[in-house]
Design a protein around this ligand. Structure first.
Ligand SMILES: [Zn+2]
Length: 380
């Protein structure tokens, strides 16, 4: 039997070099040209390995990159999810250069989640070099807009997930390596209050103060929080008015909400949409809703993690689980009922922060684990 861990360890220098190149291609979600350059680079890597590659064109977001790899039993497929976009604006490398230090690799997007793409490419390289064919074909998606809510990739992700027996999300692991078996659902609402402008001195009584109107609703929104149910709401951004001597015509707020149970969306959405203007003549406009459903820690998740833990143990790795604060594309696939392993990417720390880095040896361990899963996963 092929020692996948040993083979992946041998592949580590190639993986590190590839990851450095990928991080050097800065790719903020909002910069289409930059994200497209990044996906073109990954497409070349995939073609060199022999994958079947397709770019799915997008008008304003970066192209979605899809690749397929053959497997022994085409009655089902594996789906891997990577995103190539990062939260870092172009030019960040000037202050956060790619740098290797004591077994760690630093750089913008290295942990979230360019390392994930490299882990996948490394696993495929090792399988190819050792002449092994995955149990099922592998559908790979490298998407362009995960950090901004996956608006242009969600349908593609969900379509592929529906006929997959397992989804592996190569998002970063938790800081000590646990994979993510629970994520809250995430959404937001924008509430706009429309009033009537007037001179704050001469025509005060003719004005309708939009800021005042909006303020009445903030306590209501905040009180939708229910820690026991795992629901939080946060009015986190507010703007309105133009000058202190003008009765403001318009004010708006944004509220982020997180839910642990799908049922909570009905309560939260009903309350937000049920807001009624308090001031005579004022009007409220409400937009938004749930972006990512919760990834619930249910029976499917328990069973899926258990098999992954067993396969990890077979190659001498200890796999643990934990909960993540943010959402990922794994929320979409788990909500469809497809077994989903999220946080299968590199071990490290500092996602979206200036000390973002990965623990280099984890690239090899995670590639070996992924290769093992692709070879040995038992569906159903
Ligand atoms: Zn990510």
């Amino acid at each position: 039997m092929v020692d996948l861990r040993l083979r992946c360890t041998h592949a580590l220098p190639t993986a590190v070099a590839l990851l450095k190149d990928l991080v050097a291609l800065e790719s903020p979600s909002s910069d289409k040209a930059a994200v497209d350059a990044c996906s073109a680079f990954v497409a070349t890597q995939l073609r060199d390995l022999g994958a079947d590659v397709a770019l799915i064109s997008q008008v304003s977001a970066g192209h979605q990159l899809q690749a397929r790899w053959p497997g022994a039993d085409p009655s089902s497929q594996f789906l891997t999810l990577c995103h190539l976009d990062t939260v870092w604006p172009r030019g960040t490398l000037a202050t956060m250069p790619v740098r290797e230090e004591e077994g760690q690799l630093f750089g913008p997007g290295v942990y979230d989640m360019k390392a994930g793409s490299v882990i996948l490419l490394t696993a495929l390289r090792v399988l190819k070099e050792t002449g092994q064919v995955p149990r099922h074909p592998v559908c790979m998606l490298f998407t362009s807009d995960e950090e901004v809510g996956s608006a242009t990739s969600r349908a593609l992700i969900e379509t592929e997930a529906q006929h997959s027996c397992l989804v592996v999300v190569l998002e970063p692991a938790l800081a000590s390596g646990q994979i993510k078996t629970f994520r809250k659902g995430v959404g937001n609402f924008t509430v706009v209050a429309h009033g009537r402008a007037a001179h704050a001195g001469g025509d005060h009584q003719k004005g309708i103060n939009a800021i005042e109107e909006l303020a009445y609703h903030i306590p209501t929104l905040q009180k939708l929080t229910d820690y026991e149910a795992g629901t939080t709401t946060n009015v986190g951004f507010i703007q309105g008015g133009s000058a202190s001597n003008v009765v403001p015509e318009r004010a708006q707020l944004e509220v982020d909400f997180r839910i642990s149970q799908m049922a909570e969306i009905d309560r939260v959405a009903a309350a937000v949409h049920g807001l009624k203007p308090v001031l005579a003549g004022a009007r409220l406009e409400i937009r938004g809703g749930l972006n990512r459903p919760p990834m619930e820690h249910n029976a499917t998740m328990i069973k899926t993690f258990d098999q992954a833990r067993q396969l990890a143990a077979n190659i001498g790795l200890t796999l643990e689980e934990g909960a993540a604060g943010g959402g990922s594309d794994g929320n979409f696939t788990a909500a469809l009922g497809t077994p989903t392993l999220d946080g299968m990417g590199a071990i490290g720390d500092g996602a979206h922060a200036s000390h973002e880095h990965i623990h280099i040896p984890s690239l090899a361990d995670r590639a070996a684990l992924l290769a093992t899963i692709l070879m040995q996963w038992e569906a159903g």
